[in-house]
Design a protein around this ligand. Sequence first.
Ligand SMILES: NC(=O)CC(=O)C(=O)O
Length: 297
Amino acid sequence: MATQAFDLALIQLGNVSGSKEHNLQHAREMVVKAAAGDGNFKPRVVVLPECFNSPYGVKYFPEYAEKIGFQNDQQYDVEKSQSDSIKMLSSVAKETGVWLVGGSIPERDVSDNSVLYNTSTIYSPEGKLVGIHRKVHLFDIDIPGKITFQESKVLTGGSQITQIDTDVGRLGVAICYDVRFPELAMIAARQGCAAMIYPGAFNLTTGPLHWELLARGRAVDNQIYVAMCSPARDTSADYHAWGHSMIVDPLGKVVTEADEAERIVYARIDPEAIKEARKNIPVTIQRRFDVYPDVSA
Ligand SMILES: NC(=O)CC(=O)C(=O)O
C-alpha cells in the first residue's frame, strides 16, 4: 500500500459531559472545524479521542454503551445501526470528506448484552464504516495513593489488530493502553502502515511519566509516525486526562503537541520521511529473525 503525503488532525476534545447528546453535537462541530484545516494544513484524516461520547470511567460504560451493528461477515451497515454515535460519525465523515478515526465509545456486543468493549470506529470520506478496533489490552492498573482503574470489571478486551487501507496509505489503529504493548505498532509498521493512531486518555500520574515516551518509542522503534489523541483535561470530571495530544515523526521527534486545553493539532505525514529514516538508520533490514521471532510474520 503506497503512502501519499497527507495532513492529519487530532482533536483534543473538551467539554465531555454527562449528556451524550451534547457530547455528540460538540464532537461533530469539532470534526467540521478540524476538517476545514487552519490555513497551513488541510487534513485528509481526522482523529477524535478515547471515550468521547461518555465520561471516562467504568461506572459510565454500561449506560453509554451502544450496539454498533457488527455483522458476522465483517460488513458494517451504518444505515441499520441503532447507534447515535455511529450515525453522527458516519454523517460528519461524509459531510467533510475525510477519513475519520472516531475516537472510541463503549460498545455493547450485538448478540450478548452483557459484553462491552472500548471500541474505535473508522469511516471513509463517503461515510462508510470501514473498520473497528476493540481495545485489546484493558487498562487495569493500581498505583497506591495515585490511581486505580479496572476496565476489566465491565469491559472485554478485543481480539484483533486493526489496520485500515485508505487512499493515502495504510494506518494502524489501537487504543490508549494498547500503546504500552509494542507488538501492535511493530506488526503495523512491518505490514506497511505509515502511522499508528492511538485515541487515548492517560492521566495525571501516567501521563507525565509515559505519554510522550511511549509515543516516541513506538515511532523510533518502527520508523513510522505515531499520533496520540487525548481528551482535554477537565478537573471537574472523575478522570483527569493528561491532554498533550501529539504527533511524532519516524525519527522520534515530536512535531506537534497540544497543552491540556481543547485544541486541534495538525501535522503532515510524509512517506519520504519514513524512507529517509529507514535509509539513514537501516534497522528495518538489520533485524535478526534467526535469533528472535518476527511477530509480524
Ligand atoms: N487509559 C488508558 O487506557 C491507559 C493509561 O492511562 C496508561 O496506560 O497510563
